[in-house]
Design a protein around this ligand. Structure first.
Ligand code: RP5
Length: 152
């Protein structure tokens, strides 16, 4: 993929069902995206190499889903100047609270925008809003989406 696009990452294949909701939402808005499974602890070198390469091809925003210790979004934010949106995934026995805290509690200086546990749809909507800051036609589509919601 090249040109302006959203990059979806997840730590494990087991995250895919949740992260599919991000793909569906980006598709709904006609946003170009690509999805990769790249664990921050199982394949750290491959992850960093991918980030540089994806930035070079036009990745504008990274949406990162991870469960348990959930360091993927923070590691991504450490390696890219692009905005990073973290999706805490319910995995293991703590109902997603572990990953929510791991992602939202980034130390100052390296932010990760964090959505609700399993909130991949909202992560994609944030990505749409980010992309819409430089795309008037997309901004209009997002406003139309908001108007539809207001109608119930
Ligand atoms: C995290 O650990 C992944 O993001 C996943 O949510 C969780 C469990 O991974 P698997 O053991 O299912 O591969 O790294």
């Amino acid at each position: 993929m090249s040109g302006r696009f959203a990059a979806i990452l997840m730590g494990s294949e087991s995250d895919r069902d949740v992260m599919k909701r991000a793909e569906e939402t980006l598709t709904e808005f006609g946003i170009a995206y690509e999805t990769n499974v790249l664990s921050a602890h199982r394949r750290p070198e491959a992850l960093v190499a991918y980030l540089k390469e994806a930035e070079g091809r036009g990745a504008v925003v990274f949406i990162c889903g991870a469960g348990m210790a959930a360091h993927l979004p923070g590691v991504v934010a450490a390696h890219t100047p692009k905005p990073v949106i973290g999706v805490p995934i319910e995995s293991g026995g703590l109902g997603g609270l572990d990953s929510l805290l791991a992602i939202v509690q980034m130390p100052k200086g390296v932010p990760v925008a964090t959505v609700a546990v399993n909130g991949a749809q909202n992560a994609a909507l944030l990505a749409v809003q980010i992309l819409a800051t430089a795309d008037a036609e997309l901004a209009e589509r997002f406003e139309e989406y908001k108007r539809r919601q207001a109608q119930g």
